[in-house]
Design a protein around this ligand. Structure first.
Ligand code: NAD
Length: 312
């Protein structure tokens, strides 16, 4: 099958590209390398994946790639993912996350894609939800422009299904962690704390650490993408582990896994909570289970073990 993966040089996208290549698909990646890395695609490009270095805001360049690849399936993961920068510059966030998404969607329609799998966020969309685990029907109340832009994009994917009959689905991820997440980066507390463990650096917690997240391992997210591409489910689907874990529990679990490798995590330092972040987040994943037959497999402890094994 011919696939296009936007954002395919990034953390989640490159794990998806590897899985598509492994099952024998032909893969074209569209990425401007804003946060993505060539090294994430080293194995995939050696195995035949093509990287098109371009910006999803550039509709003309995007069209040219779609015209030559004519993908059956499109996975749209390219995004401005920095919540704090979305607060500082909501228009720049929307340029990529709304208009860029619309360009991808329009190209998918114009060049005859059979299925488009969009990437959204559960954690960023529901805000401080009244119901946990939070189902897809829960009111959407983002606390930052990032969540709002992702929600606006979802609306266009659903519109293209109604208006043009294009088959689309939007996967609302929990907090994804796993191999290739940058341990020295700004985003992804699991990766950052793994880096702290390896480097014996004090982990910094924003807030009191009792804030909860729904951490889901990247291999489970990749599997959800593959199953979503093969299904005809439409609308939003939560993709998470389905349980709340606090940042303090994460620190404890990481300390436990680290100790098995002779590493000790320094006691955390607590800093003021940051604007735009929800206090509790957990996704109800029953729809994905029922309609995709998808099941998350990797517990947090096992996922942390895998990350450390790759770093040591
Ligand atoms: P990432 O930053 O590693 O990946 C994003 C990719 O998009 C990068 O390779 C980047 O270079 C590319 N990109 C950014 N702007 C672009 C542009 N204008 N044109 C072309 N390419 C561009 O982040 P990730 O965590 O792998 O995120 C992938 C997707 O998953 C995003 O859509 C993100 O919103 C979504 N998501 C991630 C999480 C998470 O916990 N990591 C949670 C919910 C949703």
């Amino acid at each position: 099958m011919d696939c296009i993966v936007t954002g395919g040089a990034g953390f989640i996208g490159s794990n998806l590209v590897d899985a598509l290549i492994a099952r024998g698909d032909r893969v074209a990646v569209i990425d401007n390398l804003q946060t993505g890395k060539l090294e994430n695609l080293a194995a995939a490009t050696a195995a035949g994946a093509q990287l098109h270095r371009l910006d999803v805001r550039d509709a003309v360049a995007l069209d040219a790639v779609f015209a030559s690849v004519r993908p059956q399936v499109v996975f749209h993961l390219a995004a401005q993912i920095d919540v704090r920068s979305s607060v500082e510059d909501p228009a720049a966030d929307a340029q990529v996350n709304v208009l860029g998404a619309l360009n991808v969607l329009s190209a998918a329609l114009a060049y005859g894609a059979r299925r488009v799998v969009n990437t959204s966020t559960g954690g960023g969309l529901y805000g401080d939800a009244a119901l946990l685990p939070t189902p897809e029907e829960h009111p959407v109340r983002p606390l930052a422009p990032y969540g709002q832009s992702k929600y606006a994009a979802e609306g266009y994917f659903e519109l293209y299904t109604r208006l043009h009959g294009l088959s689309t689905v939007s996967l609302r991820y929990g907090n994804v962690y796993g191999p290739r997440q940058d341990v020295h980066g700004e985003a992804g507390v699991v990766a950052i704390f793994c880096g702290c463990l390896i480097d014996a650096v004090t982990p910094r917690i924003f807030g009191d650490g009792r804030q909860t997240r729904d951490w889901v391992e990247v291999a489970d997210v990749v599997q959800a993408n593959l199953q979503a591409a093969d299904s005809d489910v439409t609308g939003p689907l939560n993709i998470g582990w389905g349980e709340e874990t606090s940042v303090l529990e994460l620190v404890r679990e990481l300390g436990r896994v680290g100790a098995e490798h002779g590493l000790s995590l320094p006691a955390p330092e607590f800093l003021p909570a940051r604007a735009g972040e929800v206090s509790r987040s957990c996704l109800d994943v029953r729809r994905a289970r029922a309609e995709l037959g998808w099941e998350p497999r990797t517990r947090l402890g096992g996922g942390l073990e895998q990350i450390l094994a790759g770093l040591l």
